[in-house]
Structures are given as structure tokens and as C-alpha cells.
Design a protein around this ligand. Structure first.
Ligand SMILES: [Mg+2]
Length: 190
């Protein structure tokens, strides 16, 4: 039994693609490049559609925010799971211990987890959503021997590896997605 700890955004969920589509909607609704970027960066750490629209509403009076809202609501979150995500989690869930730790706006992360149906692969008590930091969450989880932490954010990975010597941190990116990373782990464990 191996413990796999997953990050959500850009590990299981293509947040880069999601962001691109959000920006496209704003561009089609006449926001300038600069307005798009400023609006996103202003709400990034507590991102959800409501916060983003609220910012636009308060800062760009002439923009049709009702239309933006409608287009945001039409976004189908499940479309942003990486295509190997479900397959990989499904394959390993039976014989391993799976943990999900995600950082962001609590309500929105919850919605993303639910709408992508990713919750089916994790025990309810092993899904952690934080708006502070992942290290505090990891400290609360017992028995992390023989566990792997799969995450895209390099800065965070370095901090976590320093703090938790018994966890093996693995950097996830387009070249080393969770499918490839887990195949590698399995080979090494044999
Ligand atoms: Mg991430």
C-alpha cells in the first residue's frame, strides 16, 4: 500500500487551459489585455467566478458583466480534467491510499472537485481544501511513511520536501504528468 498525495490545480485539473478560456471570455466582452490581467491577478488567491465578476463590476463600469457571468456559468469544469486523470486515479485507488490537498477559495475548490467528479476516487475525510497552506494540512496527517506528494508548484515542493523528509515530492508538469510519474514509482518499487 502506497500513499499518493495529490494537488488539484495543474496536477489533476488543467488550470492553465481554464485560465485561457476565462481570458477569452473577457476578451470577447471587450476587456483589454491589461484589464484582463489586472482583474485576474487581483482575485487570483481567492478565485471564484463571483469574486472575479465583482471586481470587474466595480472597476469597469461599461463592461457587460451580466453577459460575462452567463458565459462563466456555462463553463463545464469537467472538461478541464487532464485526459489521463480519471483513468490513472481509477487504476490506483483500490490498492493505495489516496489523499487530495488543494489550495484556493474553499467554495470554488469544493465546486471544482464535485463537478469534475474527482471526489469519487478519494475518501471524504482525505480531501483537504485550504486557503492558507498545504504544510499545515500535511502536519495533521499521520503515517506518511512511504508516501508521494505529486504537485506542479516547484516553490511549494521545495518547502514541503525540506519539512517532510519521509515524503517523496514529485514535480508534475506536462512532460511528467501523474500517469507517467506513477508508472515510474511502480517500476522503482518493484
Ligand atoms: Mg497546483
Amino acid at each position: 500500500m502506497t500513499t499518493y498525495i495529490f494537488d488539484f490545480d495543474d496536477t489533476l485539473f488543467d488550470n492553465a487551459k481554464f485560465k485561457k478560456d476565462i481570458f477569452k471570455i473577457l476578451k470577447n466582452n471587450k476587456l483589454t489585455k491589461e484589464q484582463i490581467l489586472t482583474s485576474y491577478l487581483s482575485v487570483r488567491h481567492d478565485y471564484n467566478f463571483e469574486n472575479h465578476i465583482e471586481y470587474i463590476k466595480n472597476n469597469h463600469i461599461k463592461i457587460n458583466h451580466k453577459n460575462i457571468k452567463k458565459e462563466f456559468q456555462n463553463i463545464n469544469l469537467i472538461d478541464y480534467l487532464f485526459k489521463h486523470t480519471q483513468e490513472t486515479l481509477n487504476e490506483i485507488k483500490k490498492d493505495n491510499n489516496l489523499i487530495l490537498i488543494t489550495y484556493g477559495n474553499i467554495k470554488f475548490q469544493k465546486e471544482k472537485i464535485k463537478k469534475t467528479k474527482i471526489h469519487q476516487f478519494f475518501k471524504k475525510e482525505l480531501i483537504f481544501i485550504t486557503n492558507t497552506n498545504k504544510i499545515d494540512i500535511l502536519k495533521q496527517i499521520p503515517n506518511l511513511e512511504k508516501s508521494y506528494f505529486l504537485n506542479d508548484k516547484e516553490e511549494e515542493n521545495i518547502k514541503i520536501q525540506k519539512e517532510f523528509k519521509k515524503i517523496k515530492v514529485i514535480k508534475i508538469d506536462k512532460k511528467n504528468n501523474i500517469k507517467k510519474a506513477i508508472e515510474k514509482i511502480k517500476k522503482e518499487e518493484k
